[in-house]
Design a protein around this ligand. Sequence first.
Ligand code: ATP
Ligand code: MG
Length: 649
Amino acid sequence: MTNSPTIEELSHEDRIFPPPEEFAAQANAKADEYDKAAADRLGYWAEQAKRITWDTPFDTVLDWSDKPTAQWFVGGKLNAAYNCVDRHVENGLGDRVAYYFEGESGDTRTITYADLLREVSKAANALTELGVKTGDRVAIYMPMIPETVFAMLACARLGAPHTVIFGGFSSSAIADRVKDCGVEFVITADGGYRKGKPSGLKSVVDEAMEDCPEVRNVLVVRRTGQDIDWNDDRDLWWHDVVDRQSETHTPEAFDSEHPLYIMYSSGTTGKPKGILHTTGGYLVGTSFTHWAVFDIKPETDVYWTAADIGWVTGHSYIVYGPLANGATSVLYEGTPDTPHRGRWWEIVEKYKVSILYCAPTAIRQFMKWGRDIPAKFDLNSLRLLGSVGEPINPEAWMWYREHIGGNRCPVVDTWWQTENGSILISPLPGVTATKPGSAMRPLPGIVADVFDDEGNSVEPGNGGYLVVKEPWPSMLRTLWGDEERFQKTYWSQYPEVYFAGDGAKIDRDGDFWVLGRVDDVLNVSGHRMSTAEIESALVAHPKVAEAAVVGAQDEMTGQAIEAFVILRESAADGGDDVVAELRNHVRSAIGPIATPRSIMLVPDLPKTRSGKIMRRLLKDVAEKREVGDVTTLADSSVMDLIQKGVSES
Ligand code: ATP
Ligand code: MG
């Protein structure tokens, strides 16, 4: 992906937003964090490890002798649930709110740290009674309700790694994961609320269990009260088993490298990978980044990661990071447009949310609906905004900053992956002068770079492959049951360097721009181009809310650019010439080489449940192939609509 000067020179960003003085003055992380980490990287991580309460102190910060499997904080022992819950109660913070839960239908619960301790202890006692032991894997298939957190922390308390499966996945996705990591115990709910209706979960588990005879028990939370089938030999109600348990439970300390959880990646580029995270390093990484990037002030902030717990973002920034830091979070069950399109902003106003973290896909959805909707709510409590999951188009970044952040809140575009466990590249909100669309710099303690094919750092302004050159505490340790795929996927491109699979460039100021998946890079007449840049040019047009670009085989040019575009509602009919207008727009914004061969106006795009565009499916459509694996798609009817549109055009 080296040297494509045409494109690199043209996508240039002049807008720069230094942190407001007031924000900078009160920020947790100041500029000296970079210096401290550069002077003594491992010493810096040892310092960060003090955020965690260790039952037995570690003796070695990093053991990299068995590379690429790192061991962090070797010799240390700790309990993750104790760090997230008990110690805050012991420190007199039992009355602090851990979660403001808001159900989609408007039911609410306030859970303090003292409540959390009771609930997690009861759940841990219940799991023990049901025979769950240290090392056993437990699958969790739940809606976004407090019991999901109780279940995760109960597992962590027992040292039984959890694997949380998105509540929208199919029975075959559950069965695959259950079998892949040898699960014998499943926790679910009768159903959850989604788009105004109860949607069944237990019924999906029942179907999956036909294929999973090893599972001995399914523990069921009653959420919706809908009718469900019941298997007397296998199924148990949460309220029957958990409610009668003792409210105290003594946590056991586990080795720093004890497995904490397995999370399957989104499957944007292919079959999901079972990513293993362990305890000590993961907690250090999540609590440090939650402090540094989100500037958390646990006494006063109300923090909201508007993502699903079934995605790594939910694990690290709804559960482990915020709880380790004793923060107060919002937990919202539902979708952004139920019962109305102002639902998120109503929640921000109601709980006085001060920090909001969400995905570009959500921001583009709000752009599509129009700025009048957030304008109806009081968003003045917000002081910091974050983005994660995909490259954020500069125009979406600007919209977020202006219409949600009132031009007052720093925006942190955070780059990381399931494999990374916690944020690796991001502005520090009190330090970094940000550029819309750039994730800016590797965090203190992280050594990232952009390599060419030969493994040399690229010259400023050029594109290449995003890599991490030194191990970091919250890195994955392996792919569950597939050490070979682990080594091949991440460690075979360059010796001893982590290969992220994303394209990136470093601009003349040394700031990082993530350009999308290496698999998605386009090659048009020998010019390599990134999907992100062409998509961002399209989104910069006032009629466009969202765009996806793929390269389809073309006899003349090698690959031709095919674009799929969602218009803003204010431009819904677009006018007859909208397609020609958009082609010309890309031509003048980037150059003739980037002009799409065709642009298709679509009502929606295929996305994973975490909101990522699945370009590989669009590529299948553009190249007129049968579409590939759709098991991690949020809504599979989208592909039918798009294919219908293609065959009609
Ligand atoms: P799979 O690896 O199974 O295909 P996935 O990569 O979509 O799934 P995740 O770990 O959820 O699964 O996503 C990580 C990816 O998301 C990154 O590799 C990157 O492509 C993208 N990403 C996340 N945050 C950002 C960001 N701030 N800017 C650009 N891209 C981002
Ligand atoms: Mg990935």
